[in-house]
Design a protein around this ligand. Structure first.
Ligand SMILES: [Zn+2]
Length: 203
Protein backbone atom coordinates (compact mmCIF):
# COMPACT_ATOMS: atom_id res chain seq x y z
CA UNK A 1 0.00 0.00 0.00
CA UNK A 2 1.32 3.47 -0.89
CA UNK A 3 1.87 6.16 1.66
CA UNK A 4 -0.56 8.43 -0.10
CA UNK A 5 -3.31 5.83 0.28
CA UNK A 6 -2.56 5.57 4.00
CA UNK A 7 -2.78 9.34 4.28
CA UNK A 8 -6.08 9.28 2.50
CA UNK A 9 -7.45 6.62 4.89
CA UNK A 10 -6.15 8.51 7.89
CA UNK A 11 -7.87 11.68 6.77
CA UNK A 12 -11.17 9.82 6.25
CA UNK A 13 -10.95 8.29 9.71
CA UNK A 14 -10.19 11.67 11.22
CA UNK A 15 -13.19 13.24 9.48
CA UNK A 16 -15.38 10.40 10.72
CA UNK A 17 -14.15 10.86 14.27
CA UNK A 18 -14.77 14.60 14.11
CA UNK A 19 -18.27 14.01 12.76
CA UNK A 20 -19.08 11.45 15.49
CA UNK A 21 -17.79 13.71 18.25
CA UNK A 22 -19.92 16.58 16.99
CA UNK A 23 -22.97 14.29 16.97
CA UNK A 24 -22.13 13.24 20.55
CA UNK A 25 -21.81 16.90 21.53
CA UNK A 26 -25.18 17.66 19.97
CA UNK A 27 -26.85 14.78 21.84
CA UNK A 28 -25.14 15.86 25.07
CA UNK A 29 -26.36 19.40 24.51
CA UNK A 30 -29.90 18.19 23.97
CA UNK A 31 -29.80 16.13 27.18
CA UNK A 32 -28.46 19.14 29.06
CA UNK A 33 -31.17 21.36 27.60
CA UNK A 34 -33.86 18.87 28.63
CA UNK A 35 -32.36 18.65 32.08
CA UNK A 36 -32.33 22.42 32.37
CA UNK A 37 -35.69 22.85 30.64
CA UNK A 38 -37.72 25.34 32.65
CA UNK A 39 -40.41 23.87 34.91
CA UNK A 40 -42.95 25.95 33.03
CA UNK A 41 -42.22 24.10 29.78
CA UNK A 42 -42.36 20.73 31.53
CA UNK A 43 -45.68 21.67 33.11
CA UNK A 44 -47.02 22.50 29.67
CA UNK A 45 -46.12 19.01 28.48
CA UNK A 46 -47.74 17.33 31.50
CA UNK A 47 -50.69 19.52 32.47
CA UNK A 48 -52.33 16.91 34.71
CA UNK A 49 -49.26 16.40 36.84
CA UNK A 50 -48.37 20.05 37.36
CA UNK A 51 -51.07 20.74 39.94
CA UNK A 52 -50.26 17.67 42.04
CA UNK A 53 -47.88 17.79 45.01
CA UNK A 54 -44.25 17.03 44.19
CA UNK A 55 -43.71 14.95 47.30
CA UNK A 56 -45.75 12.43 49.25
CA UNK A 57 -45.39 10.70 52.61
CA UNK A 58 -45.03 6.92 52.59
CA UNK A 59 -43.58 4.25 54.85
CA UNK A 60 -40.60 2.35 53.50
CA UNK A 61 -40.34 -1.42 54.03
CA UNK A 62 -37.56 -3.92 53.43
CA UNK A 63 -38.22 -6.88 51.14
CA UNK A 64 -38.63 -9.06 54.25
CA UNK A 65 -41.46 -6.81 55.42
CA UNK A 66 -39.68 -4.80 58.13
CA UNK A 67 -40.94 -1.27 58.59
CA UNK A 68 -37.91 0.94 57.93
CA UNK A 69 -39.04 4.57 58.17
CA UNK A 70 -41.81 7.00 57.37
CA UNK A 71 -40.74 9.89 55.19
CA UNK A 72 -41.24 12.22 52.28
CA UNK A 73 -40.40 10.90 48.83
CA UNK A 74 -40.74 12.34 45.34
CA UNK A 75 -43.95 11.50 43.57
CA UNK A 76 -43.25 9.46 40.46
CA UNK A 77 -44.74 11.21 37.45
CA UNK A 78 -44.29 9.80 33.96
CA UNK A 79 -46.02 10.38 30.66
CA UNK A 80 -48.29 7.71 29.23
CA UNK A 81 -45.60 6.99 26.63
CA UNK A 82 -43.02 6.41 29.35
CA UNK A 83 -45.32 4.06 31.28
CA UNK A 84 -46.12 2.20 28.06
CA UNK A 85 -42.43 1.61 27.51
CA UNK A 86 -41.97 0.28 31.05
CA UNK A 87 -45.06 -1.92 31.41
CA UNK A 88 -46.61 -4.81 29.43
CA UNK A 89 -49.82 -3.72 27.68
CA UNK A 90 -52.25 -5.43 30.09
CA UNK A 91 -50.44 -3.99 33.10
CA UNK A 92 -50.46 -0.52 31.54
CA UNK A 93 -54.22 -0.73 30.95
CA UNK A 94 -54.90 -1.73 34.55
CA UNK A 95 -52.45 0.50 36.39
CA UNK A 96 -52.62 3.63 34.26
CA UNK A 97 -56.15 3.39 32.79
CA UNK A 98 -58.01 1.79 35.73
CA UNK A 99 -58.89 -1.39 33.86
CA UNK A 100 -59.73 -4.56 35.85
CA UNK A 101 -58.28 -8.01 35.24
CA UNK A 102 -60.67 -10.92 34.77
CA UNK A 103 -61.43 -12.75 38.03
CA UNK A 104 -59.33 -15.86 38.67
CA UNK A 105 -56.98 -14.86 35.81
CA UNK A 106 -54.29 -13.04 37.79
CA UNK A 107 -51.25 -14.65 39.32
CA UNK A 108 -51.83 -13.81 43.01
CA UNK A 109 -55.47 -14.53 43.91
CA UNK A 110 -54.53 -18.05 45.02
CA UNK A 111 -51.08 -17.33 46.48
CA UNK A 112 -50.76 -18.03 50.19
CA UNK A 113 -47.01 -17.65 50.66
CA UNK A 114 -45.55 -15.24 53.19
CA UNK A 115 -44.13 -12.04 51.80
CA UNK A 116 -44.96 -8.52 50.74
CA UNK A 117 -46.63 -7.08 47.67
CA UNK A 118 -45.07 -4.03 46.03
CA UNK A 119 -46.37 -1.70 43.32
CA UNK A 120 -45.52 -3.09 39.87
CA UNK A 121 -44.88 0.46 38.64
CA UNK A 122 -42.70 1.98 41.38
CA UNK A 123 -41.91 -0.67 44.05
CA UNK A 124 -43.76 1.13 46.84
CA UNK A 125 -44.70 -1.47 49.48
CA UNK A 126 -48.49 -2.00 49.43
CA UNK A 127 -49.61 -5.16 51.23
CA UNK A 128 -48.32 -7.81 53.62
CA UNK A 129 -49.38 -11.44 53.18
CA UNK A 130 -50.35 -11.40 56.88
CA UNK A 131 -53.50 -9.46 55.91
CA UNK A 132 -54.33 -11.52 52.81
CA UNK A 133 -57.47 -13.63 52.94
CA UNK A 134 -59.40 -15.84 50.56
CA UNK A 135 -62.36 -13.72 49.49
CA UNK A 136 -63.58 -16.18 46.85
CA UNK A 137 -63.71 -13.34 44.32
CA UNK A 138 -60.75 -14.42 42.17
CA UNK A 139 -58.79 -11.26 43.01
CA UNK A 140 -56.08 -11.01 45.67
CA UNK A 141 -57.79 -9.57 48.75
CA UNK A 142 -56.40 -7.96 51.87
CA UNK A 143 -58.06 -6.51 54.97
CA UNK A 144 -55.51 -3.68 55.31
CA UNK A 145 -52.66 -2.05 53.39
CA UNK A 146 -49.13 -2.47 54.74
CA UNK A 147 -49.28 1.21 55.81
CA UNK A 148 -52.22 3.59 55.47
CA UNK A 149 -49.91 6.21 53.91
CA UNK A 150 -48.85 3.95 51.05
CA UNK A 151 -52.25 3.72 49.36
CA UNK A 152 -54.70 6.46 48.45
CA UNK A 153 -58.47 6.13 48.29
CA UNK A 154 -60.55 8.08 45.77
CA UNK A 155 -64.25 8.11 44.97
CA UNK A 156 -64.95 6.23 41.74
CA UNK A 157 -68.31 6.66 40.01
CA UNK A 158 -67.46 4.79 36.80
CA UNK A 159 -69.78 2.09 35.38
CA UNK A 160 -72.79 3.55 37.24
CA UNK A 161 -71.46 2.42 40.64
CA UNK A 162 -70.15 4.34 43.61
CA UNK A 163 -66.95 2.68 44.69
CA UNK A 164 -63.70 3.61 46.39
CA UNK A 165 -60.74 3.19 44.08
CA UNK A 166 -57.34 2.46 45.60
CA UNK A 167 -54.12 3.75 44.07
CA UNK A 168 -50.42 3.76 44.89
CA UNK A 169 -49.56 6.93 46.80
CA UNK A 170 -46.14 7.26 45.20
CA UNK A 171 -46.99 6.81 41.51
CA UNK A 172 -50.81 6.92 41.29
CA UNK A 173 -51.03 3.41 39.82
CA UNK A 174 -54.58 2.10 39.95
CA UNK A 175 -54.56 -0.99 42.19
CA UNK A 176 -58.21 -1.94 42.64
CA UNK A 177 -61.08 -1.02 44.97
CA UNK A 178 -61.83 -1.24 48.68
CA UNK A 179 -65.17 -2.48 50.03
CA UNK A 180 -66.60 -2.64 53.54
CA UNK A 181 -67.51 -6.34 53.51
CA UNK A 182 -64.12 -7.67 54.61
CA UNK A 183 -63.17 -9.68 57.68
CA UNK A 184 -62.19 -8.32 61.09
CA UNK A 185 -60.26 -6.55 62.49
CA UNK A 186 -60.97 -3.84 59.90
CA UNK A 187 -64.06 -5.10 58.08
CA UNK A 188 -62.43 -3.93 54.84
CA UNK A 189 -61.75 -5.85 51.64
CA UNK A 190 -59.00 -4.43 49.47
CA UNK A 191 -59.84 -6.12 46.18
CA UNK A 192 -56.69 -5.79 44.08
CA UNK A 193 -55.54 -6.61 40.58
CA UNK A 194 -52.66 -9.08 40.55
CA UNK A 195 -51.27 -7.15 37.59
CA UNK A 196 -50.72 -4.07 39.76
CA UNK A 197 -48.62 -6.01 42.26
CA UNK A 198 -45.21 -7.65 42.49
CA UNK A 199 -44.90 -10.32 45.17
CA UNK A 200 -41.67 -10.75 47.09
CA UNK A 201 -41.63 -14.05 48.90
CA UNK A 202 -40.16 -14.06 52.39
CA UNK A 203 -36.97 -16.12 52.46
ZN1 LIG B 1 -46.54 2.83 42.59
Amino acid sequence: MFDSELDQKGATNLRRRLFLSSVAAAIGGLALWQWKMPALLRAAREPVASSEPKEVTIVLFSDSGERLKRGRVSRIVKTAAEWRKQLPEGVFDITRNADTEIAFSGKYWNVHDQGIYRCICCDNALFDSATKFDSGTGWPSFWAPIAAENVTDTRDTSYGMIRTAVSCTQCDAHLGHVFDDGPQPTGLRYCMNSASLRFIKKT
